[in-house]
Design a protein around this ligand. Structure first.
Ligand SMILES: C[S@@+](CC[C@H](N)C(=O)[O-])C[C@H]1O[C@@H](n2cnc3c(N)ncnc32)[C@H](O)[C@@H]1O
Length: 288
């Protein structure tokens, strides 16, 4: 972005007072993104300090409004009233999953990140073994979609296999009465997820530091996989899940390339359409 484009952006921000209306969260988040890019460019170009200060002041003003909203949502969650409050903000002008599949991020991720307010993970993330997939959070719009489509009840236990920082169990625990468990190999991610659950008073979310291959699945009724592993590792975990079906019906919910592998499992039936780039849900159809 050159200097005059940046000036025009700043002029537009200052003119558009609607950006200060609390309800215009999405527009503010999108503007903050543009201002962030502009500030980075200005830094690279060694832009005049006055312009940078002006951009920073506009950024901080808009950011402060969002922070107040995130704090308000956090307070509601802490008092057990988070679902309505969060869903109210998330549905305001959201690009629904029908409009936007794929694995990119949007303003809902900024909303979720502001609400969950994770501490930065400790340094020294361990390298993963072959077939394990590096950490990348499920885009928030897909988590909202999964929560809606799964209609989790108080008797459900959702297990996120390879839960990273815990976005899925945390959001599901806020929005539903189900007990939500994250299983993750990386200690630093588990510590952040636990800290977040505690700060939000989420008694129905917990995080286990373990390799999914040796985890106890016996309490799970719904298993979520955002392609945490591939190849033989995925196959062996699916075999273990198939054995659970002898005890009780289960559902699997997937996103990403693991979906096509899961779709080929003969003990599962898709509920609705199957898409690699969207949430797919499968139900066990007979005892394996
Ligand atoms: C693509 S990320 C998904 C993160 C999370 N489920 C989400 O959707 O936001 C995959 C995660 O699985 C973890 N992982 C990979 N293999 C694992 C294993 N065998 N046991 C536990 N965690 C594993 C990785 O460390 C990473 O955090």
């Amino acid at each position: 972005m050159n200097s005059s484009t940046m000036q025009r952006l700043l002029d537009a921000c200052e003119r558009d007072r609607s950006l200060h209306e609390p309800a215009r969260l999405r527009q503010r988040i999108e503007m903050l993104d543009r201002l962030d890019d502009a500030l980075l460019d200005a830094h690279d170009r060694a832009e005049d300090g006055q312009v940078r200060c002006r951009a920073k002041a506009i950024y901080d003003g808009l950011d402060a409004i969002n922070r107040r909203i995130y704090q308000q949502i956090r307070r509601e969650i802490q008092q057990g009233r988070g679902a309505d409050e969060l869903l109210k903000w998330a549905s305001g002008g959201s690009a629904s999953c029908d409009q936007q599949s794929g694995q990119g991020y949007d303003y809902l991720d900024a909303l979720l990140s502001g609400v969950l307010a994770f501490e930065a993970p400790a340094e020294g993330i361990a390298a993963l073994a072959p077939e394990m997939v590096f950490y990348q959070p499920t885009p928030a719009r897909h988590i909202f979609d999964a929560v809606r489509r799964l209609s989790l009840s108080g008797s459900d236990v959702l297990m996120d296999l390879g839960s990273g920082l815990g976005h899925v169990p945390l959001l599901a625990a806020i929005c539903a009465k189900a007990y939500c468990v994250g299983i993750e190999l990386e200690t630093a991610y588990v510590a952040c997820a636990r800290q977040c659950a505690q700060a939000l008073n989420l008694a129905n979310a917990s995080f286990i530091h373990q390799d999914v291959r040796s985890a106890d699945f016996s309490s799970g009724t719904v298993f979520y996989l955002y392609t945490p592993f591939i190849g033989m590792m995925l196959r062996s975990v699916l075999q273990r899940l198939a054995k659970e079906v002898a005890q009780r019906p289960i559902r699997l919910c997937t996103l990403g390339p693991c979906t096509s592998v899961v779709a080929n499992e003969t003990w599962l039936t898709p509920i609705g359409s199957v898409h690699v780039d969207r949430i797919s849900v499968f139900s066990s159809n007979y005892a394996a």
